[in-house]
Design a binder for this molecule. Structure first.
Ligand SMILES: CC(C)(COP(=O)(O)OP(=O)(O)OC[C@H]1O[C@@H](n2cnc3c(N)ncnc32)[C@H](O)[C@@H]1OP(=O)(O)O)[C@@H](O)C(=O)NCCC(=O)NCCS
Length: 318
């Protein structure tokens, strides 16, 4: 299908399009969309192209391509089509346009990656290879109410002498050393990939420098021989309602005690100063999900808020 036959025109996103982009994003991700806080930063990033599709002068779709992995990988993010325009192939057309435009400006691009959730039909796996999969626990709470339960859970784990593995916070030099260590890349990172929120990065020096500029807290169970690592992003406002903040905690590694301890430590650090309601997304190795969920129910009184259908990092050639 051709863009022209659908009456579509493409342009680069600008500040002035913000309201129109918000107007097509109302139902995206059920109230936890990051676009309202990311849009203005994204359109200024030198290694990112944000493209809009317009019909009769109105914005009807957006997609962005971020160039990572030293210019070799195009990460597709932020895709959305206005509800009334869905089911007509617009998502395919805008992605093709944005990828062609980006490829013309970054000729070394050879891979395209995206992160999606279930359901994923068989056609997806014809087009893409699976790089890795994480599961998601969605926890909804008032920060002030959860903090005492969290402290009690940590004390109880410490007192029982089992289950608590004191997390260490990693400084920038620790991060470079730990995340570039071949053993960690092979054995701890899913698919040798750092998935920060929904964005996949290969463990390379340039990607780490990009990530180190973000407001992230990096933790490990050990600086020397880590088996569990985690990243927590500073909370940000979401459209869910007044005062709602989204918190993303990515955990890598298969050991439950380390993963649970870092989850609690990251949560404690992040929500200690937060006033209101929090939507926390905890991403982890799938085999940990059931036990982590039981722990959250038992110790914090929190159950999974919704089934996101997992987090699948997919890859194909360009
Ligand atoms: C998912 C969404 C973007 C699909 O848009 P759409 O225009 O209705 O999709 P269509 O089924 O008409 O288009 C089919 C094309 O889009 C692609 N596509 C559909 N859903 C996709 C998705 N979630 N991610 C990437 N590509 C997708 C298909 O691969 C197909 O591409 P092709 O033409 O190259 O074969 C749209 O439903 C939407 O905006 N949903 C809310 C936001 C959202 O969930 N975004 C997805 C983030 S991964």
């Amino acid at each position: 299908m051709e863009a022209a036959s659908q009456g579509l025109e493409f342009c680069l996103a600008e500040e002035a399009h913000f309201e129109q982009v918000m107007s097509i994003s109302g139902d995206v991700y059920g109230g936890i969309d990051y676009m309202p806080v990311r849009y203005r930063g994204w359109i200024r990033e030198p290694d990112r192209r944000v493209v809009l599709a317009k019909k009769e002068g109105r914005v009807i779709a957006l997609v962005s391509v971020n160039v990572v992995d030293d210019g070799h990988t195009a990460v597709v993010e932020g895709l959305r089509v206005a509800p009334a325009e869905r089911g007509k192939g617009v998502a395919g057309l805008i992605q093709r346009h944005c990828l062609e435009l980006t490829k013309a400006q970054f000729p070394e691009l050879e891979l395209r990656r995206c992160t999606r959730s279930r359901p994923l039909g068989p056609e997806v796996f014809v087009k893409f290879q699976l790089v890795c999969k994480q599961e998601i626990l969605a926890l909804c709470f008032e920060a002030a109410e959860i903090l005492p339960k969290l402290e009690a859970a940590v004390e109880q784990m410490k007192a029982s002498g089992a289950g608590w593995e004191e997390p260490v916070v990693l400084g920038a030099d620790d991060v470079r050393r730990v995340f570039l260590s071949p053993g960690v890349v092979r054995d701890v990172l899913p698919g040798e990939t750092i998935v920060q929120d929904w964005a996949p990065y290969k463990a390379s020096r340039s990607n780490l420098e990009t990530l180190l500029k973000r407001d992230l807290v990096w933790m490990a169970d050990s600086k020397d021989e880590p088996s569990v690592l985690s990243l927590c992003q500073a909370p940000y406002s979401i459209p869910m309602g007044a005062g709602w903040q989204r918190l993303n905690i990515d955990i890598f590694g298969k050991q439950l005690p380390g993963a649970r301890s870092q989850f609690l430590a990251q949560l404690r650090g992040a929500i200690g100063t937060l006033p209101g309601p929090v939507y926390c997304l905890l991403y982890m190795e799938p085999s940990l999900w059931q036990q982590m969920h039981s722990f959250c129910q038992r110790a914090l009184g929190l159950s999974n808020d919704r089934d996101f259908g997992g987090q699948y990092v997919l890859e194909t050639g360009i």
